[in-house]
Design a binder for this molecule. Structure first.
Ligand SMILES: [Zn+2]
Length: 483
């Protein structure tokens, strides 16, 4: 008998339960009993050979079962088993001894006085902060608190990599940007706020996506890299580049009410690939855009990353190395799991197979050219204006909405039948295989999957409404709110 803690992304398969107590004397037996109770969970945890998938880690209490006796690890009454899927986060630093020429002006001494009177920081520590060069990858949810506080703390040079533009949907959490910044480059908006807080900080703007071609060149000039990205290709890219360059990677990731943080690739500690050798298949793990995120959550996780960054620079305290910190905002609980360096790790192990940067889009199974909304319709796709024409003509067709009920409440298209994607396969039998069927979701990703399900079942006249209800709002009915 053991309690299994179910993380948010997997709760859709456990009738929304956040923990389930199931019988079994080993971890393997407990997981088998769990997936017998919730069959939909099975393919999320196990592969076709019945082995635990490489993007899900299983912990007994705070220890990874890979370092115990794997499936055979005994599970006793009172033990807690955690499923930890990847979530669409010393003194070796060159700044430990600040160069002689780093000095603090009287203005700076006054500004940092509350640091200077802490013995662990003091004048020497503040000079280390001033000598430090920190790169923020992303000026979004995590980048916002990081940028504000690291600037305030007096980091000498802060680089930011971002090429995005501030959007209304960012303002709920990306507190470095204001309403007046909507439409401006995030780089400019963030830099202006940081410079406003502390004019002594030098800010370097890297207006680009981080790629395999430019990552090493950009990262090499910094002491610490802070990962504030929200996608798997960039996360693996940042990890590998940090390992190859020997730079610490301060990681954080967020989803709905839960976050993770740790420091990778620091003084022989584990890297992201030691934890997750491979990314989840595209689409299995929803991004914040699909799954949502509590606006405050990136504040909490970003500030943990900022704290670790400052500690590494000052060389004080116990860095979050070899430990994965899990935060659950709903339960208001922090938990900590041990992270070990994997000797077989493909990038930081004894015999690495990844010795230069690779194609991370391909590695993560993401199509290299993202679909463009205005592109001409492919076979099996339909434009929103054509759907409207079909409605106006009174064509006999079925419109299916595969979003979640709480999204349907925000906005919907009259006449659309709501069947959330997760339940979709169970409803296939309800439709006529000869019927003219159009499927939509928010932006067109989930509906494309639902179309695939029907086509596999032999349906011929199935089309995906390109751009989803967002495109419907843009082109057909502007009164429909976008979210
Ligand atoms: Zn590694």
């Amino acid at each position: 008998m053991a309690k299994v803690i179910i993380p948010t992304p997997l709760r859709q398969f456990t009738a929304k339960q956040d923990s389930v107590t199931v019988p079994g004397t080993t971890v393997g037996e407990v997981l088998t009993a769990l997936t017998a109770q919730y069959p939909d969970l099975r393919k999320q945890i196990f592969n076709d050979e019945g082995k635990v998938r490489s993007f899900v880690n299983v912990y007994l209490n705070d220890e990874d079962i890979r370092y115990l006796t794997k499936d055979a690890t005994p599970a006793a009454e009172g033990d807690t088993i955690s499923l930890v899927p990847s979530i669409a986060g010393g003194s070796a630093l060159s700044v430990t001894a600040p160069p002689e020429e780093v000095t603090l002006s009287n203005d700076e001494i006054l500004r940092y006085s509350r640091h200077l009177i802490i013995p662990e920081v003091g004048i020497e520590g503040q000079k280390k902060l001033k000598a430090a060069k920190v790169l923020l990858v992303g000026a979004g949810g995590l980048g916002a608190p990081l940028g504000l506080y690291l600037a305030a703390a007096g980091i000498g040079r802060i680089g930011i990599v971002d090429f995005d533009v501030v959007d209304f949907t960012n303002l709920q959490r990306q507190v470095i940007h204001s309403t007046a910044d909507v439409g401006k480059k995030k780089l400019d908006s963030a830099a202006a706020k940081m410079q406003g807080i502390n004019p002594h900080v030098a800010i370097t703007k890297h207006e680009t996506a981080l790629t395999s071609e430019n990552a090493l060149e950009i990262l090499k000039d910094y002491d610490i890299v802070v990962d504030g990205t929200d996608n798997f290709p960039t996360r693996y890219l940042v990890n590998d580049a940090c390992v190859l360059l020997g730079k610490p990677n301060v990681y954080g990731s967020i989803f709905r009410f839960e976050g993770q943080a740790t420091v990778f690739a620091y003084e022989g500690g584990p890297c992201y690939r030691c934890l997750y050798p491979e990314p989840p298949p595209p689409g299995l793990v929803p991004s914040c855009a699909e799954g949502g995120v509590l606006g405050i959550l990136p504040g909490t996780i970003g500030l943990i990353q900022a704290t670790e960054t400052v500690k590494l620079i000052l060389g004080i305290g116990e860095p979050l190395v070899g430990r994965l910190l899990l935060y659950d905002a709903l339960g208001m609980r922090f938990r900590e799991l041990k992270l070990r360096k994997n000797p077989e790790c493909p990038v930081c192990g004894a015999h690495p197979t990844v010795t230069k940067l690779i194609d991370y889009q391909q590695f993560c199974g993401v199509p290299s050219a993202p679909p463009v909304q205005e592109a001409k319709m492919n076979e099996g796709e339909i434009d929103v204006t054509e759907v409207k024409q079909k409605m106006d003509r009174g064509d006999n067709f079925v419109l299916i909405d595969v979003r979640e009920p709480h999204e349907y409440k925000i906005c919907n298209i009259p006449g659309a039948k709501l069947i959330p994607l997760g339940e979709f396969p169970k409803h296939v039998g309800e439709f006529d295989p000869e019927a003219d069927i159009v499927i939509h979701c928010r932006s067109g990703m989930r509906s494309a999957k639902a179309c695939g399900v029907l086509r596999q079942a032999g349906f011929k006249r199935v089309r995906n409404m390109v751009g989803g209800i967002l495109a419907w709002s843009d082109k057909v009915d502007p009164s429909v709110p976008k979210y």
